[in-house]
Design a protein around this ligand. Structure first.
Ligand SMILES: [Zn+2]
Length: 279
């Protein structure tokens, strides 16, 4: 049945109207919006300034479509990126069913693994798997902190540990200990991610399913009034990572001697045969 001239005109008009509203939304996304949010971490409360710098849709090959948000926070990590699964409203805020738990992954960036697919760690596979799980749940988000390379030690230190790992056959934790015997093994903080969560309207109390195996990533949630439970998940182990893990296993006794006073995160890394160096 050929469409009548009237129907065609109505369709054109509706499309023009939709295009105008998308253009308006795109323009609105370029207007930065800031707010301060109070977050407590390790007993210290700070009022963090969160600035939303941009929003737009992306399509990933492994987990479908997300809205990506670009944020800046006035903490040491500065840049935060959010991939949100779901719909956003005209004010660029995620729509959320408050009675449903929120699936959340806080993802420490790993430029070597996630951007360039270096085979010595699983950070890329882990991020992809988290996005798959969020996609399957239909509602959730991943907060990426791109500058938390090497458990927050930074990219230069991470690259140095890779020299030790590659040339001396040591695992990431031992390599870090050789380069900086007195240093902390995990310098990451998560208050910026909580501030971003609050900015997006995911305020406490809220039931959160946290995609992680790391207890250190959980502590900040009850501290800020969220009802969060750990949702451990795993990824398939590649042959390269398996070799690395076998080296870790061989040296396990040494690790325990070196790290028995270390953080749970490092113990966690040893206890899971998945080489999640930035988990
Ligand atoms: Zn990594």
């Amino acid at each position: 049945m050929p469409e009548s001239a009237e129907e065609k005109a109505a369709e054109r008009s509706a499309r023009a109207q939709a295009n105008r509203s998308y253009l308006e939304l795109a323009r609105r996304s370029l207007t930065e919006e800031s707010a301060r949010h109070e977050v407590t971490e390790g007993g210290v409360t700070r009022r963090l300034l969160v600035t939303r710098r941009g929003v737009g849709p992306i399509a990933t090959p492994f987990a479908g479509e997300f809205f990506m948000f670009d944020f800046e926070v006035d903490d040491q990590w500065r840049k935060y990126s959010v991939l949100f699964k779901g719909e956003i409203d005209q004010h660029l805020r995620p729509k959320h069913e408050p009675e449903l738990p929120l699936l959340l992954r806080i993802d420490s960036g790993c430029e070597t693994g996630q951007v360039f697919h270096d085979t010595s760690c699983e950070c890329g596979a882990q991020m992809h798997r988290a996005l798959e799980l969020i996609n399957e749940s239909g509602q959730g988000l991943l907060i990426s902190i791109p500058r938390q390379d090497g458990r927050g030690m930074g990219l230069p230190f991470k690259l140095a540990t890779l020299t030790v790992q590659t040339e001396m056959g040591l695992d990431t934790v031992r390599a870090a200990a050789l380069l900086d015997p007195q240093g902390e093994r995990d310098k990451r903080t998560y208050s910026g991610a909580i501030a971003v969560l609050m900015f997006l309207g995911f305020s406490p109390p809220l039931e959160i399913l946290l995609l992680t195996n790391n207890e250190l990533k959980h502590a900040i949630f009850p501290e800020n009034g969220y009802d969060a439970t750990l949702n451990p998940f795993s990824t398939s182990v590649t042959s390269e990572v398996r070799l690395h893990l076998e080296a870790k296993k061989r040296d396990l006794g040494h690790h325990i001697d070196l790290y028995d006073s270390e953080t749970d995160a490092n113990q966690d890394a040893h206890n899971h045969n998945e080489g999640r160096e930035n988990e």
